[in-house]
Design a protein around this ligand. Structure first.
Ligand code: AMP
Length: 280
């Protein structure tokens, strides 16, 4: 497994591989890897010859300096995990080296990015788009893999690729969960025992929404789901809403045109966890 720090070095290596007819799969991460990340690698193995991963904690997508500082970092362990899992290339750039290559671009993500994560974390998706564009420019993958756990992020990246006509095929990969349903996340490492136990209520609440959808009024479904979370001492709701999955506008009851998705961000102690479920 190659570990590359310089953007110019990865560009050259990928060019060499592509000249040899290889199809390049890429999945960006912020490290503290878990099996959810590896499911992106497994998906890459289905279509690509070479699998590249980036580990980069991107400062421009954090609006809260404490969150950036406390973000778990386990680089040695991550490299062991990737090597064992069959990753070919790991890109670990320095912030300054990567951002030195930035070329300004314009896209319109206001509609997609203004609610939910975008409302709670102003500037977050603009930072995500900046880093994904930089990583795509440096690596030039044929295929890129993102987790549906970050549902709104998937829609924003689709818009980035569509609006800039980037020559990359996007693949969105289902969320991998712990046995009790909690979505795997690097942030789970920061939960204490009680928070971890209570955090399983998030998936239960989303599943409850899915089971009741279409059978009860939407307002009541959301009320019940919120109440089932709020009964836990360590959990606090940031948002729990039903949206149209493509536009991410609030879902209109009885709409037959679009597919609903329930989106949630819940604090367990001071750790902010997100999850979602498609409702059809
Ligand atoms: P992160 O390191 O949290 O930025 O995540 C890197 C990529 O892994 C993103 O595309 C995430 O959506 C994806 N990912 C994170 N957790 C999971 C999970 N539990 N299942 C599938 N993909 C995931």
């Amino acid at each position: 497994m190659l570990i590359i720090k310089q953007p110019s070095a990865i560009s050259e290596e990928i060019k060499r591989l592509r000249n040899n007819g290889k199809r390049i799969g890429f999945f960006p991460t912020m490290g503290a890897l878990h099996e959810g990340h590896l499911s992106l690698l497994e998906e890459s193995k289905k279509t690509c010859d070479i699998h590249a991963c980036s580990i980069f904690v991107n400062p421009t997508q954090f609006n809260n300096p404490d969150d950036l500082m406390n973000y778990p970092r386990t680089p040695e362990k991550d490299l062991g995990i990737l090597e064992k899992a069959g990753c070919d290339i790991v890109f670990m750039p320095e912030v300054n080296d990567l951002y030195a290559l930035e070329k300004p671009f314009q896209i319109d993500i206001n509609d997609l990015a203004s609610r939910y994560e975008g409302a709670s974390r102003p500037g977050h998706f603009q930072g995500v788009c900046r880093v994904v564009k930089l990583l795509f420019d440096a690596i030039g993958p044929d295929d890129a893999f993102f987790g549906l756990k970050d549902f709104q992020q998937c829609m924003v990246i689709q818009a980035l690729v569509d609006q800039l006509h980037l020559p990359v095929a996007l693949h969105f990969v289902p969320t991998l969960r712990e046995p009790d349903g909690l979505a795997m996340s690097s942030r789970n490492l920061r939960l204490n025992k009680e928070e971890r136990e209570e955090a399983s209520a998030i998936y239960k609440a989303l599943s409850q929404v899915k089971a009741s959808f279409g059978k009860k009024p939407m307002g009541l479904i959301l009320e019940e789901a919120r109440a089932s979370i709020e009964q836990h001492n360590h959990l606090q709701i940031d948002y729990l809403e039903i949206a149209e999955s493509r536009t991410l506008k609030p879902f209109r009851e009885n709409s037959t045109q679009s597919e609903p998705v329930v989106l949630a961000a819940i604090y367990a102690g001071d750790v902010r966890l997100i999850d979602n479920l498609l409702l059809k």
